[in-house]
Design a protein around this ligand. Structure first.
Ligand code: BJW
Length: 247
């Protein structure tokens, strides 16, 4: 990454009236939340098929809940980092700013972002398997595993999107519409492997938006990005903020 790349990224952002941002697990890495596919990623330690599919939950809800309880325990004490905070600040500085995240950790909200499109749900919410009612729950550790619905007694499940499940249709429609109508899309800390999230920047590029990627490593998106900034987002985002004329 050169200072010229940083300047180009800042110029793109200064020229954008409608900015969309797509984040992934990498933006929370500097807060201490494990990513999925990195060297110490969750999918190196655990099999997604055993823990993050509807079939796994049907087979062994207690095992799946124990894993989510463990992850909630890891996320609960962590703080948002300067990357999250810069994006929260930008919500107030761009004429139109939309934050789309694949993350379930709630750190964007903790940093002060108000409007967040959560593509894959939220680890601090639970959903009744019988009535589909959604409850916020921040108990760490959980008193009862698996937890039961307070209104009907049925099994609760994490309010997240597992492999093989469809994303919420309204949430997805909003993410697609935002991607098709933005002037610039900033893609931060995602391996860009998981669909349909990974298709959003390509949709934005097809519709004429400039695409900026921030990631220490190249991804399948890199060749389609106008600017690739290699490094940790907790450092790069505040640096870009310092270069913006609109800040
Ligand atoms: C830094 C950094 C720093 C590090 N700063 N950066 C073939 C068979 C079956 C299914 C499919 C198939 N082909 C496609 C599919 C569909 C499937 C899919 O995409 N699979 C691929 C893996 C191949 N998708 C789905 O199933 C989705 N549903 C769907 O498509 O419905 C229709 C359908 C149904 C049935 C069949 C087919 C289609 C649902 C996807 C749900 C994903 N769920 C998870 C778990 C969420 C809940 C939980 O957390 O427990 O979402 S999996 C996991 O991956 C999580 C993440 O949101 C998601 C994306 O990961 P992300 O954020 O990119 O993280 P990493 O770890 O991959 O990358 C981190 C990046 O950060 C790296 O690049 C680092 O370099 C970088 N980084 N430090 C900046 N400091």
């Amino acid at each position: 990454m050169t200072s010229e790349d940083m300047r180009r990224a800042a110029d793109i952002l200064d020229g954008a009236d409608r900015l969309a941002v797509l984040t992934g697990a990498g933006i929370s890495a500097e807060s201490g939340v494990p990513t999925f596919r990195g060297q110490d990623g969750l999918w190196k330690q655990f099999r997604a098929e055993d823990l993050a599919t509807p079939e796994a939950f049907a087979r062994d809800p207690k095992l799946v809940w124990e894993w989510y309880d463990w992850r909630r325990g890891k996320i609960a004490p962590v703080e948002p980092n300067p990357g999250h905070r810069t994006l929260a600040k930008w919500e107030g500085t761009f004429p139109s700013f939309t934050l789309i995240t694949q993350n379930v950790d709630g750190l964007h909200a903790a940093a002060g972002s108000k409007t967040i499109i959560e593509l894959h749900g939220n680890i601090w919410k639970m959903r009744c398997t019988a009535e589909a009612a959604v409850f916020e729950n921040r108990e760490v550790p959980l008193k009862r595993i698996p937890p039961l619905c307070p209104s009907c007694g049925a099994l609760l499940r994490p309010h997240v999107v597992w492999f093989g499940e469809s994303l919420d249709m309204d949430v997805l429609a909003l993410a697609f519409a935002t991607s098709s109508s933005c002037d610039a899309m900033l893609v931060v800390g995602t391996s860009a492997y998981v669909q349909p999230a990974a298709s959003l920047p390509l949709r934005a590029a097809d519709a004429g938006a400039r695409v900026i990627e921030i990631n220490p490593d190249p991804t399948p998106l890199t060749s389609s990005a106008d600017v690739s900034l290699r490094g940790p987002s907790g450092e790069i985002l505040p640096l870009i903020d310092g270069l913006l004329r609109r800040s």
